[in-house]
Design a protein around this ligand. Structure first.
Ligand code: C2E
Ligand code: CA
Ligand code: CA
Length: 815
């Protein structure tokens, strides 16, 4: 597992972000503070250094002035020296005076530090001096003495590359005039004093008008003095233009670096003059670093305090961030739980703040989702109409059941007959009530037998019967059938119930729910087709349904491709032995399968509704066949078979009339099976009425196989009744069938119908039927169904069979 940073160090987490933001803000503020403070300190330090330098300069001048005053005192002393006055007073002149003065002066200058001492007369001509350079000074004394009468004066005088402080005193001996003056070379004295007092370095400099600075005196060591000199000329050009009052010229300040140390410098011109118009100045230097030193400690302290502040703040930020993020994390956990579908536990409120409110909203959401989920679950797994489990729940339960144990069980699929019809005729509301009633009945009836009942939608129900094989499942079917015999009454309407049921068995018929369901359904369809009520799945059903699928598409194609054929089978009048009509029977000339008999596709076409197209085709073909016969003078009525589907078509009468246009209605007879009428007698009655009104003959087909009641027969406006061939073919052997044939003939005649016997295969049957009063016969004895175009020739060549002595007397005797 990779190392995980704590959340407060992880910038992707809320905690980390809060901490980072707090700290970043604090750091910015602190750094800004520090920067401002150190800038302030720097500015302050420089300002105070500048002030110190200014003060230093004042000290320096004061020191110079002090020295001047002291030296002036010495000059005064000298002028009042008795010996000197005497000498001067004695009027000694010339070389004698000069040598005497020299002695005095030398003593003095040896005592003091004077560089030279001289005496000038009133005309400022040097009389004598201790050093020849005093000769240059004498003419300048005029300006000095003029400035302030009667007092010792001083002035800085530049001679060569040296500067001297010159003090002058007036000789005040009677009768005497002249001046005593002393020159002191300016050296380090004042500078040293300045350094001691103010910690300021000083350099005395001079420069001819057009030349480089030279050092007069310096407290710096030689190397540093050199450095200063090297930097100076480029920066300082003071005293430009000269002038007497050079000391009042503005000082210049600037920065300087000496030996890696930063200095603030102030250059103040002091004097100006001499032959080469020399400028003298004092350069004062104060180390900025020194000035900053006391503040440095303060800065370190500040930095320390800041860091401590940041640390305290960081801890505070982490704690605050935790306080904010912990409830959010807790809530996120709750949300994840909800996301995973756990709606059972309520969402706990982690705090009293807004996040707590959010948690409350989550809780409301949880309750909402939970309620809706229950509703969705109900809708997804229950049939709202009958409150039975739906297909989904049944499939799941079935899958679970199969996974749980290997015990056998049976699956029963039940589909109500004619439900769609009930829905159409009596309305959906009625249909719904019917379904509920059926559901109640099933539930009630089978509560001990069946472990699960579901409605699959529509009129389909599914039942799971535990520990059941075919026998037990069939017994359940029987129970249901018996129960359904009791008609259901809803809203004063009585409805006959019947259903097709299909059974599949676990494990023989499939080991998964999908397979079992599919096979139960197949069996159910087989039961409906065969009208057997209940079927247990058999492998043959698979094939049937497989085939039928491809059959439908082929059948559609058959009409367009002209693969249908009209076959005709004659009907004979049993008494006159003349051909009285023909039945039209469809055949399918399949390109690969050959001639397909109708039993292989008619039931299927009926199921799918495709039969209507076939009927239309047959009606048209029959009409054409009749026209052909009529042309040859052989016209007999042709019977066409109608199916249940046709009868349910409200527009059937119009369609038939349309298709039979060009032939009189009497040319066509329409055969309708008993069961087709019984599927929906009301509607069938209506349609038959319309057809009758149009003049078409109507015939009841396959009579005896269904359950049509006499009551209905009476109401129907039919003309003919066809006894099913199964009775006719059996009547020679089976006395019961013979009885049925006889009573059917009687019944039909009583109702005013003519009777046709199907399946007339033997001369004996002919005789028997004739004797029983049957009107017509149809069967292989006359002819098998033949292609329509062969019929006219057959008709022309028709010879009644030789009945010989076919006697039916034995049978008749037993009837
Ligand atoms: P169906 O209407 O009862 O037709 C008579 C059936 O009995 C015909 O079978 C015919 O060949 C057969 N048959 C006639 N005489 C004898 C006999 O002496 N002995 C025996 N064993 N059978 C005889 P087919 O042609 O196979 O038709 C079977 C059924 O198919 C018909 O029974 C009818 O229900 C249906 N069908 C045939 N053509 C059409 C049609 O165009 N429309 C509709 N809706 N159904 C048709
Ligand atoms: Ca028929
Ligand atoms: Ca028939």
């Amino acid at each position: 597992m990779p190392m995980r940073w704590p959340d407060f160090l992880n910038l992707r987490r809320l905690e980390g972000r809060i901490v980072a933001l707090f700290l970043a803000l604090l750091l910015v503020v602190q750094l800004l503070n520090l920067a401002l403070i150190s800038q302030g300190i720097g500015r302050n330090a420089r300002a105070s250094v500048a002030e110190e330098l200014a003060a230093g300069e004042r000290i320096f001048t004061q020191l110079v002035e002090q020295d001047a005053e002291q030296r002036g005192l010495i000059a005064d002393l000298l002028q009042s020296d008795y010996g000197l006055r005497q000498l001067v007073g004695a009027g000694i002149q010339g070389d004698e005076l000069r040598s005497t003065l020299q002695d005095v002066f030398r003593n003095l200058s040896e005592r003091g530090e004077a560089s030279f001492i001289g005496y000038a007369n009133d005309a400022f001509q040097l009389v004598t001096a201790t050093d020849p350079i005093a000769g240059q000074v004498a003419p300048m004394l005029r300006g000095v003495s003029r400035q302030q009468q009667g007092r010792t004066q001083s002035q800085i005088v530049l001679l060569g590359d040296k500067a001297y402080q010159v003090v002058v005193a007036r000789m005040r001996a009677a009768g005497l005039g002249g001046w005593v003056f002393m020159g002191f070379e300016m050296r380090q004295d004042q500078l040293r004093e300045l350094r001691r007092i103010a910690n300021i370095e000083g350099v005395l400099l001079s420069r001819p008008e057009h030349g480089a600075w030279t050092v007069l005196a310096s407290v710096l060591d030689t190397a540093n003095t050199e450095l200063v000199l090297r930097e100076l000329p480029t920066i300082a050009q003071p005293g430009a233009g000269g002038g007497d009052r050079v000391d009042q010229a503005a000082a210049q300040t600037f920065q300087m670096h000496i030996d890696g140390e930063q200095f603030q410098a102030r250059l103040q011109p002091l004097a100006h003059g001499g032959d080469d118009k020399r400028l003298m100045a004092v350069l004062l230097l104060r180390s900025v670093d020194d000035a900053l030193a006391p503040y440095r400690q303060l800065q370190w302290m500040l930095l320390g305090l800041s860091l401590a502040g940041v640390a305290v703040f960081a801890i505070g930020a982490v704690l605050t961030a935790r306080r904010i993020s912990e409830p959010v994390k807790a809530l996120a956990g709750e949300a994840r739980r909800l996301g995973a579908g756990d709606y059972a536990r309520p969402v706990t409120r982690p705090s009293r703040d807004e996040i707590g409110d959010l948690a409350e909203a989550f809780e409301a959401m949880r309750q909402g989702i939970r309620a809706r989920e229950e509703e969705v679950h109900r809708l997804a797994f229950w049939d709202p109409l009958t409150d039975l489990p739906n297909r989904e729940q049944f499939s799941q339960a079935l899958a679970r059941r199969i996974a749980d144990n290997d015990q056998r069980f049976a699956l029963l699929m039940l589909n109500l007959d004619r439900f769609k019809h009930v829905n159409d005729v009596l309305g959906r509301g009625f249909g719904d009530r019917l379904l509920r009633a059926v559901a109640d009945r099933l539930r009630h009836l089978l509560k001990d037998e069946v472990s699960l009942i579901a409605r699959l939608g529509g009129d389909e129900f599914l039942l799971l019967i535990e520990d059941a094989g075919a026998t037990r499942a069939e017994a359940v079917c029987k129970r249901i059938q018996r129960d359904f015999e009791r008609a259901l009454s809803i809203d004063d309407q009585t409805v006959d119930l019947s259903a097709g049921m299909g059974v599949s068995l676990y494990p023989q018929h499939g080991r998964d729910s999908a397979m079992l369901l599919a096979r139960a359904e197949l069996a159910m369809h087989a039961a409906k087709r065969g009208q057997s009520g209940c079927e247990v799945y058999a492998p043959s059903m698979d094939a049937a349904s497989q085939e039928s699928l491809s059959l439908l598409s082929e059948l559609r194609h058959a009409i367009d491709a002209g693969e249908l054929r009209l076959f005709l089978q004659p009907k004979v009048d049993l008494h006159s032995q003349r051909i009285a009509g023909a039945e039209a029977l469809v055949r399918w000339q399949h390109p690969t399968r050959g001639m397909v008999p109708p039993m292989e596709f008619i039931p299927f076409a009926e199921q799918t509704g495709f039969i209507r197209q076939i009927t239309a085709w047959m009606l048209h073909a029959a009409a054409q066949a009749w026209i052909g016969l009529e042309r040859e003078g052989l016209a007999v009525p042709i019977s066409v078979n109608l199916s249940t589907r046709d009868l349910m078509d409200q527009d059937l009468a119009i369609k038939v009339a349309d298709l039979a246009a060009g032939v009189p209605p009497s040319a066509l007879c329409l055969e309708i099976t008993e069961s087709a009428i019984m599927d929906d007698p009301q509607r069938a009655l209506q349609t038959l009425e319309q057809l009758h009104a149009l003049g078409f003959k109507l015939s009841i087909d396959d009579f005896g196989t269904g359950y049509s009641s006499l009551a209905y027969l009476k109401q129907l406006s039919v003309d003919e009744l066809k006894i099913d061939r199964s009775f006719v073919m059996n009547m020679e052997r089976d006395i019961d069938d013979a009885k049925i044939v006889r009573s059917t003939i009687e019944l039909a005649h009583n109702l005013g119908l003519s009777v046709v016997a199907e399946g007339l295969e033997t001369p004996k049957a002919w005789t028997l039927l004739q004797t029983l009063g049957c009107d017509q016969g149809q069967g292989y004895l006359l002819a098998r169904p033949m292609p329509g175009d062969q019929f006219p020739d057959w008709l022309k060549n028709w010879q009644p069979p030789d009945l010989g002595d076919a006697r039916a007397s034995t049978i008749l005797a037993n009837l």
